[in-house]
Design a protein around this ligand. Structure first.
Ligand code: C2E
Ligand code: MG
Ligand code: MG
Length: 799
């Protein structure tokens, strides 16, 4: 079995809540089963199963009992009803002559017919010498009370030499006759039933037994009354047998519904009851409890078994169902007992449903915790890791160039790549330890706290990616960066988040590895605050734009500004853009802010130029934002719809986040340039890609970073850097702006080197748009009496 499938099985273990749910379902099913067992043990399901068992156990009748039918054929032959009793007398004589053992009449003789006929029958009964049994019928009185029942006896003359047997049966609640009494008691007189007499059995009166419907009624020999009467039945057939005479013709006689045979004549019911006694199938009625107990035990065993094997409970459930069906069948076939099974089935059904639901839940839960692409457990699985505790190192590996890679691959190829990365990382993480916790992120833990060991593991992992990954015939080079966090693995989620943060940081800094520490944690807190509050800040006016003047050393005047955002937080006070801009850039949230600044700028530039021309303005645009063509379209639309000359606008390309696609950025910039806007490379000298930008974006200007300008008077290296940058820019036909000019010395050095424009506190700090208008456009004198825009800088040069 592969490591990943072992892991899947580990994830599939039945959880505590699932076990509780299942116990609850089985418990409820058990209670329902007991209730059904108590109140309705023989419902329709039981009947159907009983019938089925009878069909399987079907057997022929003993042949000891014959029915003489008062059937349609006899009725038409004798052509009169009720028959003169002389016919019955004649029948008795015929049967006696044939040597039958007993002659039982399921016929009502409780009222007199003509005297001669009655006497003829009485004489035949007497001649049969104790072989004749006559039927008594119990009739409920009109009040319907059982105790007030009456018994219809044959007329005295007939019953003198005959035995009496009752023919009463009591249908069940559903109208079917399925049980039969040994005898009845009416008006304090006990009387055996005809069935008991025919079956030679004795039992307590009013005690009933189940009629054995596995005896095929078609196998009980039947003879038409008229055939016997006219000597057409072979006497040898009847010799030594017991005979019951009763009506089967539809128009006369009683009929009863039975479970297996449908509606049958009363005489057949009597014969069947007698056959039951002869077959010895009057079995103990054990009810539902033995099967319920057996099933409950089997269900408990099955649950344990399925949990241990981690399989579905289908096979054991089918086995239990088989037991429920077969045990009563065997018990009846071998004349042990009658068993009811409905409650046991109900319990089984309940536990099967519970098992099924748990199976599905388990599957969903496994799917939820498995990454489909790699088959590795995912973040949800990592969060639930509780199999150990104690200090561990958690390593997060991030594919640093994932964005660039997937931009060149289709979906299937991207998946192949991710799988290949997972395979390589699994070599370092060890079997079963690697999780995929994000699109381009994996993590695992190491028990060793030795940082050298962790670092060498990471070195080894990284070196696995020195060779390119083959994807659909292409070679793709994935670069990985790593973050490590240390702590109690119980907080697996927290550690993974910390390590992720460290890995992101490593990615931003272009490093291979960053360890998570407190400073990084602070940054996280800040990031969270910024991300959660910035959008609202933008809508509620907490964000504003200020303008810092740019002074042309060529024209000796302020001829432009740089727009800079400000966030005035109601509780935290001023939040620096150097704090929130990088966070927004990282999360790709710069668009709204930049468009907000641009809208302000075009309005303000228009106002300024209405009083003083030319007054340009620079806005900062994050390089990463330019990779989004939708942004460029919106920004160009704002610029077009404004009244300003686009050449008054300069885009300062800032670089704090890596640029994902230079081609896209170049085409966005082209749109601005075609309108006439200028392009400046901000913070020149600090970023890693500024030179690349210079080459690919054909900038109009470089803006030398303030870190070189501030110390220009004292630091020789800075001097060289600034001077050579200015020379290079001019050679390439670009202008140079120096930012961070804080004093006159810096200004003079820059003028000497031929710098075109300066910006810094010496000229002026960032101010609101109204102040900027007042101070730098209206050409007013400030309180010191200096002309704000021109003369005092010129004076500084000379003095
Ligand atoms: P930046 O574009 O290089 O802007 C210059 C920063 O230097 C500004 O800081 C400005 O206040 C500060 N500065 C100017 N002169 C001096 C000086 O003489 N001495 C000193 N010590 N500092 C000076 P600020 O306003 O805090 O902005 C910081 C950075 O935030 C900006 O650097 C820029 O990268 C970013 N930023 C500000 N507004 C925006 C914006 O609207 N969009 C984007 N993408 N970035 C912005
Ligand atoms: Mg700038
Ligand atoms: Mg700058």
């Amino acid at each position: 079995m592969s490591i990943r499938s072992t892991l899947k099985n580990g994830l599939a273990k039945t959880g505590v809540s699932a076990r509780f749910g299942r116990s609850l379902a089985v418990g409820i099913s058990l209670i329902l089963a007991v209730v059904i067992g108590l109140y309705s043990p023989e419902g329709p399901v039981e009947q159907v199963l009983h019938n089925a068992r009878d069909s399987v156990n079907a057997k022929p009748a003993s042949g000891r009992i014959h029915i003489v039918e008062i059937d349609a054929k006899s009725l038409s032959a004798l052509n009169k009803w009720p028959w003169p009793r002389g016919y019955h007398a004649q029948l008795i004589d015929e049967l006696d002559k044939a040597g039958v053992e007993q002659i039982v009449f399921d016929v009502d003789f409780s009222s007199h017919s003509s005297r001669s006929q009655d006497e003829a029958l009485a004489a035949a009964i007497s001649r049969a010498d104790g072989k004749v049994v006559l039927a008594t019928f119990r009739q409920p009185q009109s009040t319907g009370e059982m105790n007030a029942d009456l018994e219809n006896l044959p007329v005295p003359m007939l019953r003198e030499k005959a035995f009496l047997g009752s023919v009463n049966v009591r249908p069940d609640a559903d109208g079917q006759v399925n049980s039969y009494p040994f005898g009845t008691i009416t008006e304090a007189t006990p009387r055996p039933s005809i069935g008991a007499l025919l079956g030679d059995a004795s039992g307590a009166v009013n005690k009933e037994f189940k009629i054995d419907q596995s005896i095929e009624i078609s196998s009980i020999p039947r003879h038409s009354f008229i055939d016997v009467l006219e000597g057409r039945v072979d006497a040898r057939e009847l010799k030594g047998k017991k005979v019951i005479i009763g009506a089967t013709a539809i128009e006369i006689g009683d009929r009863y519904a039975t479970a297996r045979f449908g509606v049958i004549p009363g005489v057949v019911v009597q014969a069947l009851a007698a056959e039951t006694l002869i077959a010895g199938t009057v079995l103990p009625e054990l009810g539902p409890w033995p099967m319920l107990a057996l099933t409950f035990a089997a269900v408990l065993l099955a649950i344990q078994w399925t949990d241990r094997r981690n399989t579905t409970g289908l096979v054991p459930s089918l086995l239990i169902a088989l037991i429920i069906l077969v045990v009563p069948l065997v018990a009846e076939r071998y004349k042990i007992a009658h068993l009811d099974v409905t409650p046991a089935l109900l319990l089984l059904a309940g536990s099967m449903v519970a098992q099924y639901v748990i199976g599905i839940t388990k599957q969903i839960s496994v799917e939820r915790r498995i990454d489909r692409t790699t088959g590795l457990p995912n973040m949800a699985a990592w969060q639930e890791r509780v199999d150990c505790s104690g200090d561990h190192n958690v390593i997060v590996a991030e594919i640093a160039n994932f964005g660039e890679i997937v931009a060149t691959l289709d979906r299937t190829e991207s998946k192949k790549l991710v799988r290949a990365v997972a395979d390589r990382l699994e070599l370092s993480s060890g079997p079963g330890e690697l999780y995929r916790i994000g699109r381009e992120r994996f993590c695992w833990r190491t028990e060793t706290l030795d940082s050298d060991a962790v670092e060498s593991t990471i070195e080894a992992s990284a070196s696995l990616f020195n060779t390119a990954i083959p994807v659909s015939g292409r070679s793709v080079r994935a670069t990985l960066c790593f973050g490590v966090a240390t702590g109690d693995i119980k907080d697996s989620e927290g550690l993974a988040n910390q390590a992720t943060l460290a890995a992101k940081r490593a990615n931003e800094l272009g490093k291979r590895l960053v360890w998570h520490n407190d400073r990084l944690a602070q940054v996280t807190d800040q990031s969270l605050f910024i991300l959660s509050e910035f959008e609202e800040a933008l809508m509620t006016g907490q964000i504003s734009v200020v303008y810092q003047p740019k002074y042309s050393l060529i024209d000796d005047c302020v001829n432009g500004a740089e727009a800079l955002v400000r966030w005035e937080h109601p509780d935290k006070g001023m939040v620096s853009p150097s704090l929130f801009v990088p966070v927004l850039e990282r999360e790709n949230l710069m668009e709204a802010l930049t468009l907000f600044v641009l809208r302000q700028v075009v309005g303000d530039v228009e106002r300024w130029n209405s009083v003083r021309q030319p007054m340009g303005c620079a806005i900062n645009i994050s390089a990463s934002l330019l990779a989004n063509p939708a942004f460029a379209k919106r920004a160009v639309a704002i610029l077009r719809s404004s009244g300003i000359d686009p050449s008054l606008l300069t885009i300062e390309l800032t670089e704090t986040a890596a640029l994902s696609s230079q081609e896209l950025a170049a085409s966005s910039l082209n749109e601005f340039k075609q309108l006439g806007a200028h392009l400046s490379i901000d913070d020149y000298g600090t970023g890693q890609s500024t030179l690349t930008y210079l080459k690919s974006f054909s900038a109009d200007e470089i803006k030398i970073d303030q870190s070189f300008v501030k110390l220009i008077a004292t630091d020789n290296a800075n001097k060289i850097m600034v001077r050579s940058s200015i020379e290079m820019a001019h050679a390439l036909g670009m202008k140079v702006v120096a930012e961070g000019v804080e004093d006159i010395t810096a200004l003079n050095v820059l003028r000497e080197y031929g710098c075109d424009t300066i910006q810094g506190w010496y000229i002026g700090k960032p101010v609101t748009r109204d102040e900027f208008m007042q101070r730098w456009c209206l050409d007013l004198f400030d309180t010191t009496g200096r002309n704000s825009s021109r003369d005092w800088v010129g004076q500084a040069r000379t003095g």
